[in-house]
Design a protein around this ligand. Sequence first.
Ligand SMILES: Cc1ncc(COP(=O)(O)O)c(C=O)c1O
Length: 528
Amino acid sequence: MPVIPAVFAMPTLTKGVKDLRENLLDLREKTERLDVSESRRKELLDGVSNFAGKALDKLQEGETAVYSGAGDTNNNTDSKGIRSSPIQDEPLDLDNILDLYGTHIEGRGLRAGHGGHMAYVPSNGVFPAALGDFLADTLCTYAGRAYESPGGVDMNNMLLEWMAEVFGYPEGFQGNLTSGGSAATVIAMATARDSRKGLRARDFHRVVVYVSELTHHCIRKALHTIGLGEAIVRDIPVDSRWKMDVKALETSVKNDVQQDGLIPFAVVATVGTTDVGSVDPVDAIADVAERHGLWLHVDAAYGGFFALCEETRPLFRGVERSDSIIVDPHKGLNVPYGSGVVLVRNGQKLHLSNTAHKQGSYLYHPRIHSGVNDTQVSPCDLSFELSTHFRGPRMWFPLKLFGVETFRSMLTEKLQLVKYFYHIVEDIPGFEVLQEPELSVVAFRYRNPPCGLDANGFNKRLLEEMIQDGGVYLSSTTLKGTFYLRICVLGFRTHIEHVELCLEILQKSLRKLKGCLKLSNESLVKRL
Ligand SMILES: Cc1ncc(COP(=O)(O)O)c(C=O)c1O
């Protein structure tokens, strides 16, 4: 046990207090190992860095499949997955820990960092983001309040200001770095709710929210979360380009205005629908919102950072007129998962929505309460969160290290890769492509499957066959009852070779599937 002399003038201690001190010295020795020494730090860093580096090398060299069957099991131990080593009292050594991670996490399921990942809305996770997290986490910075970390809050705010500028928001906005687009939507919708004069909980069932057929379901989830689950959500039809039909929106709002008792409340415009990558006509929607006093929310979770690219910039007309915007750095900037953003045009509304209630008295700070002006609004007053991960560095570090121009080129590459894919698939006999991509999503399907098979069923099997190959990972969508395969090219690691591989796998899978069907058809005919 260490001998630690007391640094204060020790009074005569009773036996009980003496024992307590002895006990504390004993516990100190046991817990001290949490404060990792320099040599051990180096050992841990080297071990983790080697492990992650090897996995990353394999991704970069295309040596691993994009997907390893999540249910793959080799033996009884593996069948328990990560649970084969339960959380227990005894420590485990680094090699074993990394082995568990490698086998059960890195080695199973989707490798999201793979260039062949073109499903859903992918992010490959730029490496320096991890170093930003490392800095934030090593020093355990708390950037929820300006007094605790003026620099950290400044960094978060600088990032928000940069994004607000990208979208053309004027001064006076406020925002927050969130865990993702869904959390950002909750904050935006809660602000809309709290900003609506005279709106009471007893009116919620009369509130009407206008979305398009293709609006992301996070809106409905957010409404539910903020107590507006009873609100009427109108699915406004889309036009031939899969954009919200503004005339239909206007008609719908007018009808509701005339209906006694309904409260037309908010409209959601999407810049980059998840299903097909279409962009709603935000400017025209803003006109409707203005005429009828609706809160205009822009969901730019997927498409937002394409505002950086010259060729897609015009699609953002009107976004600056919105009341709130969400965007996901863990999509367009390829920061690892866990990075969303909400911006509210009138920052006071966001502030009020999150401060119009009693604050914990334990948060008293002498400087704040002695009238010293806080020059920055604290993030905890602009969100439902109090303690959060310090999210700024994971975005700031890559942006500083690479510069915005690198991201602009990366996003331009994605736009062009998907165009390239579109033009080639369009020319493959039998395929139908939904429409020329506006952003980086293309939906397509095989139109006339053999043996009179149902097209939806056939395309589902085609998708399965492509995923089985392991070279690329795609997903799908169903539009007005028709099943489509879909690629979304957004990962920074996805380049022309991945798109060409995807085309090869598409044709190979098609041939294989047709071959199987032909065989099973022939054997069926023989049996008859
Ligand atoms: C258009 C759109 N909005 C919102 C979301 C939800 O964002 P998150 O997954 O970050 O919660 C997504 C996710 O893909 C999206 O594509």
